[in-house]
Design a binder for this molecule. Structure first.
Ligand SMILES: Cc1cc2nc3c(=O)[nH]c(=O)nc-3n(C[C@H](O)[C@H](O)[C@H](O)COP(=O)(O)OP(=O)(O)OC[C@H]3O[C@@H](n4cnc5c(N)ncnc54)[C@H](O)[C@@H]3O)c2cc1C
Length: 436
């Protein structure tokens, strides 16, 4: 019997005591799978809440083999524990890049599928699953099935976005896209209010990639003013890719320096100085896609109690009012978000629990302290009032009512879990809380 370990995901909230089993050990003896209750797969712990936490954690950290790569079609066959970082390190110098990347490279392919992650190009390329040709899923009875848009479609649509609750993704066939450079041509625009920010995305954004850093420290009238980055891969043929090693927080800044006052000053400075408008600036893909990865353990800056992210998406017609209501709630609760990011998304896909829908999403980070839970409860109510949906990969506290209202396919998902016996085998703290 493995010893229990204290484990948490990126937000360091909540923490949980769990027994850790390597997926490689399970794959050697698939009969062992069914005997345990309360288990869930753990990728690289870059979700923020309780989705990868359970009494037994199945770790994919050593499952990072590349089986095959077709350099004509860009089709990569790999194990599910392979990180986006490994893919970029190996394939960017050869002119290939994942079609969808999140804001960190430290995400496993299995985790990217289970959360059906989105990137700065959702309006153009959709979610991560759009680049998945097929995946192998280990079911509760130990059988392995191949799922795609053509075979075992019900399992494919439940697994992409299904937060590990349908089984273990063991290996994946993934389409990479051709790029001509390790660089991105970036434009930076500045807006003066939430309305201005939303108008920019609706009227002017035709770029391949776009995202807005939002100032939430200013007065309520200006709140939502933003620095918007748009970009596209350069065509300069420069594929000389050598990522710089990340530095550690403890090397240069003590955790107590991150507080409401320093963040307000930082936000004002960022908006006025760093976020100056510019056009056609060539920067590395590293800096454009993964600025936070420059500091390896920035989550530690929030201290021992950790932090929580609230990420919601609203349909187009209620986005402005919904986001405005969140800002007002923040003011009312006298809490400030340390980092806020806004983006326009494209159409929803067919997966049962995928987060994106056509509309605006905002993600806001909060230090976990007295009052944060009350604010998040208020956020739940606002989400439901404005027909929104909270992202499961960032969630540690959503109420069941808010989940049911935001995810209309929840019952279909439950039914499928029951049919395959998944509800007896794969459970996380999140699935228990949400009654999945
Ligand atoms: C700095 C930062 C920026 C981010 N930016 C974005 C972003 O832009 N867009 C976005 O969508 N997300 C973003 N995320 C969230 C992240 O992409 C997702 O939470 C992703 O799921 C994390 O992958 P992981 O490998 O760390 O998985 P974990 O966090 O370990 O697990 C996440 C979920 O995936 C399941 N899972 C993991 N591996 C498997 C497997 N092999 N089989 C079955 N289920 C599995 C787990 O059970 C769990 O439910 C960001 C996270 C960070 C820390």
């Amino acid at each position: 019997m493995n010893k229990k370990k204290t484990i948490s995901s990126w937000g360091n909230y909540p923490v949980h005591e769990a027994r850790v089993v390597e997926l490689s050990a399970i794959l050697q003896n698939l009969q062992t799978l069914d005997s345990e209750q309360q288990k869930i797969t753990f990728g690289n712990g870059r979700s923020y809440g309780d989705a990868p936490l359970s009494d037994t954690i199945i770790s994919t950290s050593t499952q990072n083999k590349i089986y095959d790569f077709d350099s004509d079609s860009g089709l990569l066959h790999c194990e599910s524990g392979l990180l986006i970082e490994d893919i970029i390190n190996q394939f960017l110098p050869r002119g290939w890049f994942p079609q969808v990347v999140p804001g960190t490279k430290q995400v496993s392919v299995g985790g990217a599928i289970a959360a059906d992650i989105h990137g700065k190009n959702h309006h153009k390329k959709g979610s991560f699953s759009e680049s998945v040709e097929s995946l192998t899923l280990v079911l509760p009875d130990g059988s392995c099935v191949s799922c795609s848009r053509d075979s075992n479609v019900d399992l494919f649509q439940a697994t992409c976005g299904g937060m590990g609750l349908t089984g273990i993704i063991s290996d994946v066939k993934l389409k990479l896209m051709k790029v001509k450079s390790r660089n991105v041509i970036q434009n930076v625009h500045r807006t003066s209010s939430l309305k201005d920010t939303i108008d920019f995305f609706m009227k002017k954004d035709e770029s391949d990639y776009s995202v807005a850093w939002v100032d939430t420290s200013c007065d309520i009238e200006s709140m939502g003013r933003a620095v918007i980055q748009t970009g596209a891969f350069a065509g300069d043929g420069d594929l000389d890719y050598h990522p710089k090693p990340a530095i550690s927080v403890s090397d240069f800044v003590p955790a107590f320096l991150l507080n409401d006052s320093t963040i307000s000053v930082f936000n004002t400075l960022y908006y006025n100085l760093v976020g100056r408008e510019s056009s056609n600036q060539k920067i590395t893909a590293e800096s454009f896609f993964f600025p936070l990865d420059k500091i390896r353990d920035w989550n530690r800056l929030y201290g021992d109690s950790g932090f929580r992210q609230f990420q919601v998406i609203f349909p187009l017609e209620s986005s402005f009012d919904g986001i405005k209501a969140l800002f007002k709630a923040m003011k009312k609760h006298e809490l400030i978000s340390y980092l806020a990011v806004l983006k326009l998304y494209g159409k929803q896909n067919e997966n049962l629990l995928s987060f994106p829908m056509e509309g605006f999403s905002i993600a806001m980070d909060f230090k976990n302290k007295p009052g944060t839970s009350a604010l998040f409860k208020h956020f739940d109510e606002i989400t439901t009032s404005y027909s929104g949906r909270i992202y499961l990969a960032k969630d540690a506290s959503m109420s069941r009512e808010c989940f049911e209202a935001g995810y209309p396919n929840a019952d279909k998902f439950r039914q499928l879990r029951k049919e395959y016996g998944m509800d007896k085998t794969f459970n996380s703290l999140q699935s228990k809380r949400l009654g999945l």
